[in-house]
Design a protein around this ligand. Structure first.
Ligand SMILES: [Zn+2]
Length: 403
């Protein structure tokens, strides 16, 4: 006889999510929830949304369970939401966990999810309206470009709004940088008739492993707007033929944060960064203002010296495109002397570029830069480390927990 397992972990301790009553203050609606770890430590996750956007906001607890999924997976205790959650979303989140467990079994577990009420919420069957995450970077500008222009053919979405989150790439305390970036982004989107919404959230401060948790943060913010939209779009980072499995946003796991009445769509994974830049030039307003930097002190500007700025400048140079106004200067030999220390993600991306052969400019400078950074990061991955990881993956496939 086949026995059926109903729970993944049977211990009494669990992660609890308690949605709190929304509050309105100074023209902002605050939506929040307390997240209690199995050991009883509580933290408050919050989102602030301008009052005039209130009619779009869901009353369900779905944004909170999406936001907290990595925290839940980091424990060996089930999670209970003291609110209403779509059973379709819960089922998807079980598969979402399977993806992360299979790729990182030493770090993540699979946990059962339950809610006080499991029911589909915000049911508007005829709605066909998307809201797209937008930071002003290459990926989000390109997504807006391909849908607004219709070059994506049948894939074209009806984008009713874009969403810029304060607290993700621009820290909460830097209000003036956010306002400057907001005005630039708003103006860019105005040229294609798309309004820009904003949300402020402390998500990133609570779930700090940002390379992995960022897509859950984005999907959570998009899901807040479930009453006014049927789909949330996440502009893709990597191309299908060059995926990074441990990068939070990817075409395999992003859509597994969908509920029945609000799907999450990972957009544009057929394009690589070079092709995006090449085509985006057609939309000059966006091309001249792209903001890709992660390390400038002025958070709304490109430094021209970090890994991401360097990758973008190399592609611009290789494709013989004009230098966008948003970069302080075009690529030159001197810039390689000033590039800051690179992390693994950017070294790998630069190594991929180097493999393009003679088409890539400044090959000698680039290869020296990679070598220096590789030396600094050594030892990167020993054979023992690789073997341990493989062993963990095998255990994940054949070991507990069930299903
Ligand atoms: Zn930079």
């Amino acid at each position: 006889m086949i026995t059926q397992s109903t729970v993944l972990y049977k211990c009494g301790m669990r992660t609890n999510i308690y949605p709190l009553e929304p509050k309105t203050k100074d023209g902002q609606i605050e939506l929040s929830a307390e997240i209690e770890t199995p050991t009883g430590i509580r933290s408050r996750l919050w989102y602030m949304v301008p009052e005039e956007l209130g009619e779009n906001l869901t009353g369900s607890a779905e944004p909170y369970i999406i936001a907290a999924i990595f925290a839940a997976m980091s424990t060996k205790a089930n999670v209970h939401v003291h609110g209403t959650v779509s059973p379709f979303l819960i089922r998807n989140l079980m598969e979402y966990q399977a993806y992360w467990y299979a790729n990182s079994p030493a770090k993540y577990n699979r946990v059962e999810i339950t809610a006080d009420t499991e029911a589909e919420t915000d049911v508007f069957p005829d709605m066909d309206r998307s809201i797209c995450a937008f930071s002003g970077g290459l990926d989000s500008c390109f997504t807006i470009y391909r849908h607004a222009s219709g070059i994506c053919g049948r894939l074209k979405r009806n984008i009713g709004a874009a969403l810029f989150v304060h607290g993700f790439d621009i820290p909460l305390e830097d209000e003036s940088a956010f306002q400057r970036a907001y005005r630039t982004n708003q103006d860019t989107l105005k040229s294609v008739g798309i309004p820009l919404y904003t949300v402020k959230s402390n998500h990133r401060l609570l779930f700090t492993d940002w390379n992995e948790t960022h897509a859950a943060g984005i999907a959570s913010c998009l899901t807040l707007f479930k009453r006014g939209f049927s789909e949330g779009m996440i502009p893709g980072t990597y191309c299908y033929n060059d995926l990074a499995p441990l990068w939070g946003s990817n075409p395999t796991s992003d859509h597994l944060m969908s509920s029945r009445n609000f799907s999450i769509f990972h957009d544009g994974a057929i394009w690589n960064r070079g092709s995006k830049l090449y085509h985006l030039r057609e939309w000059q307003t966006a091309y001249e203002r792209i903001r890709v930097c992660y390390s400038n002190i002025q958070k709304d500007q490109n430094c021209g010296r970090c890994g991401k700025c360097l990758i973008t400048l190399l592609l611009i140079n290789m494709l013989q495109l004009p230098n966008p106004c948003s970069f302080p200067e075009p690529l030159s030999k001197e810039i390689f002397e000033e590039v800051e220390e690179l992390d693994e993600v950017h070294i790998e991306a630069l190594e991929t570029l180097l493999k393009m052969g003679s088409r890539i400019p400044y090959r000698d400078e680039l290869s020296n830069l990679i070598e220096e950074n590789r030396r600094r990061l050594k030892p990167k991955k020993s054979i023992q480390h690789e073997l341990k990881q493989t062993g963990e993956r095998i255990k994940a496939l054949f070991g507990k927990p069930p299903y």
